[in-house]
Design a binder for this molecule. Structure first.
Ligand code: DQA
Length: 145
């Protein structure tokens, strides 16, 4: 049986590849989706990658994942550091939740050191560049088997 994984991305990540490439690299979100889909094909996991600049849209997708997805990989971007609402939504989801940050947030400004989402996440990857998403897919596969 192929299970679905939601890969959710927060604000400004639509500009991945163009935005501060010295921090986030040159790969785009489409490249991330292709890398995750390749891992998914090996692991029988079907990837749905979504991005929004709006907090409510991310929350709606988390609610949708309750019915549709076996696991959530989320890079909440700046909402990581501000959103109790995204944390609360993730708490309604029963499956594994993995948090990804492209940059090493702990090496950056102190306001990036705290994550609300980490209170729910089963694992966190930070500072592995966009490769972090594919690594999270591998971890998702082992958590689901
Ligand atoms: C980020 C880190 C956040 O602090 C920042 O607001 C982002 C991206 C990352 O992937 O490194 O937008 O989540």
């Amino acid at each position: 049986m192929t299970r679905k994984i939601y890969i959710l991305n927060g604000p400004n990540l639509n500009l991945l590849g163009k935005r501060e490439p010295e921090i986030y690299g040159h790969d785009t979100l489409a490249d991330v989706e292709a890398a995750c889909a390749a891992v998914g094909r090996e692991a029988n996991l079907d990837v749905t990658l979504l991005q929004s600049n709006h907090e409510g849209a991310l929350i709606d997708w988390i609610h949708e994942a309750r019915e549709n997805a076996a696991g959530i990989i989320i890079n909440p971007a700046a909402f990581t550091h501000t959103s109790v609402a995204i944390l609360d939504a993730l708490k309604t989801f029963d499956g594994p939740v993995l948090e990804v940050h492209i940059s090493n947030v702990h090496q950056r400004e102190s306001f990036r050191h705290h994550s609300y989402v980490s209170l729910r996440a089963d694992g966190v990857i930070a500072g592995f560049g966009v490769e972090g998403y594919a690594l999270a897919m591998r971890r998702m596969s082992s958590l689901l088997t």
